[in-house]
Design a protein around this ligand. Structure first.
Ligand SMILES: Nc1ncnc2c1ncn2[C@@H]1O[C@H](COP(=O)(O)OP(=O)(O)OP(=O)(O)O)[C@@H](O)[C@H]1O
Ligand SMILES: [Mg+2]
Length: 268
């Protein structure tokens, strides 16, 4: 019978053991953090799904009770009030579910980027001209700050990067008043380009700025203007798309003065 092979214990000095256990502990802490974030997101989403559903259920119960008591004689005023309410809350649900689907499909890698080499200045200018004739922004002063001699190219998925701009522009409009400025600008910084969307709106409290890219985080529900739907996922979608492009996104804001969102991308 052949000799059993003997394996020597690898020699590991105590410094390496200490280093490895430190890394393990760090990885464990990161996992716990991610798990906590996931739990919080689920909690927020369940809450956000429940609120409009409860309103829809109440409207239906009200109409059913009326119908049982009085037959099909609900007044047309009652009916149209209830219909408006159901319509509005169903829209909230639709936006939330659509945004959730979009976010999870980017993060799971199901949505691959269709990258194209694009002159960033021209891409931003085209977006700006479309926004100028978009009636949603008719109450705002739209301004453009793009250096004339810029010839930087970036590698982007045009549809996804337009979604980033849509979300930043929608926020700039949503959290500012009529007559405010919204500026789209860019600059070159070494091997990167940086574009920004700046508004002169409500601004964000200092202690909240670092949280706004978290999923479903909203500074305060009461800040969402009447008639606007909001899932709180807009900036998470922005961050996921920018991350997927190997870029970074951040915000600088002063309460009462306005906010500026920067997106930095490598030039190619
Ligand atoms: N330009 C801005 N000015 C002031 N506050 C902002 C601005 N952009 C974002 N915020 C704050 O950050 C929060 C998160 O923004 P985010 O876009 O993720 O969600 P939302 O606008 O509430 O909902 P939606 O998912 O519909 O975009 C907002 O609720 C708002 O409080
Ligand atoms: Mg938003």
């Amino acid at each position: 019978m052949a000799d059993k092979k003997r394996f020597e214990q690898p020699k590991v000095d105590s410094d390496t053991v200490a280093e490895l256990s430190k890394k393990l502990l760090e990885a464990n802490a990161k996992l716990k953090e991610a798990e906590l974030e996931r739990k919080l997101m689920l909690e927020n989403i369940s809450h956000d799904l429940r609120a409009p559903l409860t309103a829809i259920r109440s409207a239906i119960d009200y109409l059913k009770a009326k119908d049982e008591k009085e037959g099909l004689t609900v007044s047309s005023k009652d009916l149209s009030d209830m219909l408006r309410l159901i319509d509005n809350r169903a829209l909230t649900l639709e936006v939330l579910v659509q945004d959730l689907f979009y976010l999870t499909s980017i993060e799971s890698g199901r949505e691959e980027l269709k990258l194209q080499r694009v002159p960033i200045g021209q891409f931003l200018e085209e977006y700006f001209f479309a926004a100028q004739i978009d009636e949603r922004y008719s109450g705002r002063n739209l301004l453009l700050e793009i250096p004339e001699d810029d010839d930087s190219f970036v590698s982007i998925d045009i549809g996804k990067m337009s979604r980033v701009l849509d979300n930043l522009f929608t926020n700039a409009r949503k959290y500012s008043e009529d007559g405010s400025d919204i500026t789209l600008g860019m600059g070159r910084y070494g091997d990167n380009v940086r574009f920004f969307v700046r508004d002169t709106g409500a601004g964000i409290p200092k202690e909240e700025v670092s949280h706004i890219f978290e999923r479903t985080y909203r500074v305060s529900k009461s800040r969402t203007p009447e008639g606007e739907t909001s899932s709180g996922l807009g900036l998470s979608i922005v961050k996921s798309i920018v991350d997927q492009h190997g870029g970074r996104v951040w915000c600088e804001s002063n309460l009462g003065e306005g906010s500026c969102f920067f997106v930095e991308l490598p030039v190619v």
